[in-house]
Design a binder for this molecule. Sequence first.
Ligand SMILES: Cc1ncc(COP(=O)(O)O)c(C=O)c1O
Length: 416
Amino acid sequence: MSLAAHGSPSDAPIFRFAKRMRGLKASAIREILKVTEMPDVISFAGGLPAPELFPVAQFAEACREVLETQGAAALQYSVTEGYAPLREWIAAYLHETIGVECTADQVLIISGSQQGLDLVGKVLLDPGDTVIIENPAYLGAIQAFDAYEARYVNVGTDDSGILIDDLERVLREGALGRKRPKFLYLVPNFQNPSGITLTLVRRKAVIELCARYGIPIFEDDPYGRLRYSGEHIPSITALAGGTSCIYMSTVSKTIAPGMRVAWLVVGDRGLFEKIVPAKQAADLHTSSFTQRAVYAYARRPGQVEAHVKEMLPVYARRRDVMLAALAQHMPDGTTWTRPDGGLFLWARMPGGVDTQELLTHAAREKVAFVPGAPFWVNCDVRDTMRLNFSNGSAEQIETGIARLGKLVKAALDGTL
Ligand SMILES: Cc1ncc(COP(=O)(O)O)c(C=O)c1O
């Protein structure tokens, strides 16, 4: 018997959604990104690392080691907080690489940073609660917090990150309002989507202001290790010390996203102890096997650093090729960011070209990008786009940007 034969006897839908699903849209861009799957399309749309750089052979070795030496434990259920040696390794790694001081028992292993966004939303947000967010903001965070019916107050940004005056205004108004914002969510390094990095001076100002108004900071840092130019800037959590920050990072961009291994560093014990059962309810624990495989890979002295070192010049060159191609092919009046790291840059079209509409014509030129509109919070901005530079070869980037330039010129000429 087919499934259809069991439909509802009346016209009423048999599945009645929870109220919170009203605000939850399928990713606004998924539909239009179908163009990226067409043959011969050069896509700048995904946030994908370069697959040819994945350490496949080293992982094969790590997986074999795990199965041969601790196979039963790796295939068994395990504790929600995560695999103890991996938590220890992460605490030491954060100390050595970015100066975040924490103990292993403040590290919670999660199934990708995306789960961390969901868990923090689950634990901290009641319907209608406010999150302070930079504008434009990471779409995945908006989606995660939307599920808990968050509202947003947005803080404007420029090439140095969020605007401190604007943040101060938002915090002051929040303090006067009926409900204080629950937290500030920030991606300070090579932000997704803009590629912009928050300067040291502003980081300190953000910390000072949030402390003054009693607002915690949720620092999402998937890209911090991928710096191609400029000086390392200490993380907000490292600068702030104490327990008023949540720090999050992942193996997705430095090792491999398919592992789905990331971590939250939560200094506040009360918060940590709420997030653990929230995670337990979601998935019991992150895969015992992948946690051990990541640990077996990472614990080999120098292996992670050697891999990061190998990635940096490849991505730096791709970024530079994209910047040069934009200068060569985009029409006058187009502007774009010049990121010091990460995977993306952010461009603004001249003449108010609507990038969502532009993408519907992109199949013809066989190029794809992410229209910027869904990244903007509480405002309708249509002339921006996110461009990923990590996933294609230099030749593809050069060809793709030439195609994009042609498309934008046609939009400006009215010949699309
Ligand atoms: C800012 C930001 N946070 C979180 C994520 C999700 O990363 P993960 O693969 O660890 O879930 C991404 C992925 O692109 C991201 O850009």
